[in-house]
Design a protein around this ligand. Structure first.
Ligand code: OSB
Ligand code: MG
Length: 369
């Protein structure tokens, strides 16, 4: 494909309910929808999975728009792109800024698939059409409140429950949930809230038969996680620490984790995500698809990626109605008996809703050269 024009649509979205993690609370956020238009007039879509603040990683929606507008888009525009797998390398002249890169790269995968009249998962080589769904639950005001939320989601059919933890909202919370639901697939996500000084504290989680603990230690660490893994039986899953294939390779070599959460945005796009997926598969390390409170555009990309064979743990990609009163795509992503069907059609399969876009639009920048 040849990209003739890129539109950066900044929109404002508001979560149905605030979502609290160890690094802060999210409610309203701006995100940027990247629309790439090819020579035949097809549009491909991607999303910056950023928020307004640099608390999850160093990027924000505004830094992503800046990187896209000044550096990333100009490098791609009017160039012959033989295959979207090449885009990651074409953008590697910019250090990091993975989320900005991923928003553009995923849009190219979408437009390439549409031009070739194929669903994205086929271009990616995926086969699993029914995606197992889990629910990520933010930090609640009390253990009882959490138990009631878990009960609600278990009843709705979610196949995995992930509970956000932080010092002061951890052992007691998980204990209550496990007592109330002895058999559910349960895990915790600390978003880097602990250090190695907390080894004895974290060891207490071993008694609750958790599927894993996600990112207990620093966002940029793979060394201390290796030490922690030697001292606890609960498998460690890395999220924040894995930005590249090389990070994943080193983490596996050091024994820093037994599972990896793959987020397309965090690793700079689908090509790098596939490489990490394949590496983990070779090492018999399961992966799953994390979430970043995306709109329907980002969630659709997540679903297509999850069709790859080593995604064997339910992901965090919950249905649209769990996040938004009105999603940005025409047809909501829905769940049936704990599964989401990958959207049918060419590309990501989900069409942008012009009405919803117009309703939420802050500004559009057009880049043509
Ligand atoms: O750590 O996985 C995380 C949301 C924002 C930033 C980081 C994380 C999350 C989630 C929510 O856990 C997952 C979702 O429902 O999209
Ligand atoms: Mg996480």
């Amino acid at each position: 494909v040849v990209i003739k024009e890129v539109k950066l649509h900044t929109i404002n979205v508001s979560l149905k309910a605030p979502f609290t993690t160890s690094f802060g609370t999210m409610k309203d956020k701006e995100v940027c929808l990247v629309e790439v238009i090819d020579e035949s007039g097809h549009s491909g879509w991607g999303e910056t999975v950023t928020s307004d603040e640099p608390y999850y990683n160093e990027e924000t929606t505004r830094t992503a728009v800046y990187m896209l507008n000044d550096f990333l888009v100009p490098r791609l525009i009017k160039k012959e792109i033989k295959h979207p797998r090449d885009v990651h390398r074409m953008l590697s002249f910019v250090r990091r800024n993975q989320i900005a890169k991923a928003a553009l790269e995923t849009a190219v995968w979408d437009v390439f698939s549409k031009k070739n009249e194929m669903p994205l998962y086929e271009v990616l080589g995926g086969r699993q059409k029914k995606i197992a769904v889990g629910k990520s639950i933010g930090i609640q005001s009390s253990p009882d409140e959490l138990v009631s939320k878990v009960g609600q989601y278990v009843k709705e059919g979610f196949q995995k429950i992930k509970v956000k933890i932080a010092p002061g909202a951890d052992i007691e919370y998980i204990k209550k949930v496990r007592e109330a639901f002895p058999d559910i697939i349960l895990m915790a996500d600390a978003n880097s809230a602990y250090t190695l000084d907390d080894i004895d504290h974290l060891k207490q989680l071993d008694q609750f038969n958790l599927l894993m603990i996600e990112q207990p230690l620093a966002h940029d660490d793979i060394i201390d996680h290796s030490t922690l893994q030697q001292n606890i039986t609960t498998p460690i899953c890395l999220d924040e620490s894995i930005h590249t294939y090389e990070d994943a390779r080193k983490a596996l070599k050091l024994g820093s984790c037994k599972i990896i959460n793959i987020k397309i945005g965090r690793v700079g796009g689908l090509q790098e995500a596939i490489r990490i997926h394949d590496l983990c598969k070779e090492h018999n390390v399961p992966v799953w698809c994390g979430g970043m409170l995306e709109t329907g555009i980002g969630r659709s990309h997540n679903l297509h990626m999850t069709t790859l064979s080593n995604f064997i743990i339910p992901g965090d990609t919950a249905p649209s109605s769990h996040y938004w009163n009105q999603d940005i795509i025409q047809e909501d992503i829905t769940m049936e008996e704990g599964f989401i069907q990958v959207p049918a059609g060419t590309g990501i399969g989900s069409e942008i809703s012009a009405e919803a876009l117009n309703d939420k639009l802050v500004s559009t920048q057009s880049i043509v050269d």
